[in-house]
Design a protein around this ligand. Structure first.
Ligand SMILES: Cc1cc2nc3c(=O)[nH]c(=O)nc-3n(C[C@H](O)[C@H](O)[C@H](O)COP(=O)(O)O)c2cc1C
Ligand code: SF4
Length: 429
């Protein structure tokens, strides 16, 4: 069937781009979203996880960024609900299968790696989570998106007990141990055949908590000035860079602004990104707000972060990814006018995994538009695997043979990614 509209309408969106040494076929990324499809809360990849990502790769995303993967044992003790894990070698085979599956459908795959949720973490036993300081978080209704307030009125139980346990203050020794363990886990991702790693530093999670004077009240090397508040993120970055080597794509996600009194400001976020860019961070993926400022995190409107993205473009020389632009015309315009380099689609990917293919084939009018109703989010909040009110197949992809991995060609050989070799240690005598 002939395309209804010339593809040149989206020529910027469909142009390849490089992140570090990784060439992406287009400017369409899938935003990281925890889907609770690992089911068992042991954090392993399963058939459903693979088929779910395969659908989005097949549907035209040039880059899949996984849901956040908890990368230390301590982080995995305090999930918000159910996450993928990668803190020892047992997680590597499943992750390798996932990377191969996404590649088989033509996309690149980055792992979003989390060093923990900090004060926003919970566990079943009511234990205190680790944080920079003893400052619990709270959720105020006026900081929620209107759509979320509506869905909470429908399912009030979903936010019963919302707000965190009082965290404990991490010692310097524990901070450094967590950084080391995190960097080591990132090697598993590289060896599993992923194309890159995204440091998960937005949304009020642990790295963000260190950055923010609202949650970081320390008076040691990790608190006080912006330079000190950045130390944790920078140490995580440097240790990870050392673990994966200079050529492996390594980027970060950061909230463009905390939007709260005493919070991490837009100006500070720009300075953090500028410095990270100077130190060789390969891309900046934006988000906004935190659990306490949820309306910025899950906007009710298209393109709310584009003006902030444009400011990041002015301070870094690496690609800037901007989320929550669901309308392909807005996405094309954002890239054409230099507000961002890549768009990342979150909830829109639950509603229609074929967004990219429809754009590329001139069928953008056929895209099933996400209603931003947040029913998917509330299910996740309740600890259930994600579903979408307008796409009955989201969460059921493992039953759809078109998303099973095709057999590889007889001539294909596998390639193994190896971490850099450690310098030789002198044997003491
Ligand atoms: C169910 C759900 C889970 C999410 N999990 C993550 C996550 O693991 N890591 C992350 O950085 N963002 C996460 N997000 C935020 C999305 O990446 C995205 O920034 C946000 O949904 C706004 O984009 P959208 O309007 O396209 O959905 C999640 C969003 C949803 C709806
Ligand atoms: S349930 Fe579906 S339509 Fe509603 S916000 Fe989630 S993805 Fe969009």
């Amino acid at each position: 069937m002939a395309p209804k509209k010339p593809v040149s309408e989206f020529k910027h969106l469909l142009q390849p781009i490089k992140i570090g040494g990784v060439e992406l076929p287009n400017r369409i990324a899938m935003a990281p979203m925890n889907t609770l499809m690992s089911m068992d809360n042991r954090g392993f990849v399963n058939e459903q996880v693979m088929a779910y990502y395969a659908a989005r790769a097949k549907g035209g995303c040039g880059l899949i960024i996984t849901e956040c993967i908890l990368a230390t044992q301590l982080a995995a003790k305090f999930p918000f609900t159910t996450n993928l894990h990668c803190y020892d070698v047992s997680f590597q085979p499943g992750l390798a299968e996932l990377a191969e599956t996404v590649h088989a459908f033509g996309a690149k795959i980055f792992a979003q790696m989390s060093i923990g949720f900090g004060r926003q973490g919970h566990n079943h036993y009511g234990e205190s989570p680790p944080a920079p300081s003893v400052v619990p978080y709270g959720v105020e209704p006026e900081m929620m998106p209107k759509s979320f307030v509506k869905v909470v009125q429908k399912f009030p139980q979903a936010i019963e007990g919302a707000g965190g346990h009082t965290p404990y203050e991490m010692t310097v020794e524990e901070i450094r141990q967590q950084e080391d363990e995190f960097a080591n886990s990132c090697k598993f991702i590289l060896m599993a055949g992923f194309d890159g790693i995204e440091l998960h530093a937005p949304h009020g999670y642990l790295e963000h908590q260190f950055l923010s004077p609202r949650s970081n009240k320390r008076n040691d090397l990790y608190g006080g000035s912006l330079q000190n508040r950045m130390r944790f993120l920078l140490e995580v970055y440097f240790k990870t860079r050392e673990a994966v080597g200079p050529k492996f794509a390594l980027g970060m996600r950061i909230s463009a602004d905390e939007h709260l009194p005493d919070g991490f400001t837009h100006k500070e976020a720009l300075e953090t990104a500028r410095l990270m860019g100077e130190y060789g961070c390969d891309y900046v993926h934006l988000s906004d707000g935190s659990y306490e400022a949820l309306k910025y995190f899950f906007p009710d409107r298209d393109g709310t972060m584009l003006d902030e993205a444009r400011n990041f473009k002015k301070v870094v020389d690496v690609p800037v990814i901007c989320p929550s632009v669901h309308d392909p015309k807005n996405a094309e315009k954002a890239i054409a006018t230099g507000k961002c380099d890549i768009v990342s689609l979150g909830r829109q990917m639950f509603a229609d995994p074929d967004w990219g293919v429809k754009v590329a084939e001139g069928r953008s009018g056929d895209i099933v538009r996400c209603k931003r109703c947040n029913e998917c989010l509330i299910r996740a909040q309740m600890g259930l695997p994600v579903r979408c009110i307008i796409n009955p197949n989201t969460g059921r992809e493992k039953y759809m043979p078109e998303y099973w991995r095709p057999p590889v060609k007889a001539t294909s050989v596998y390639k193994m990614n190896m971490p850099p070799r450690l310098p030789k240690h002198t044997v003491p005598h």
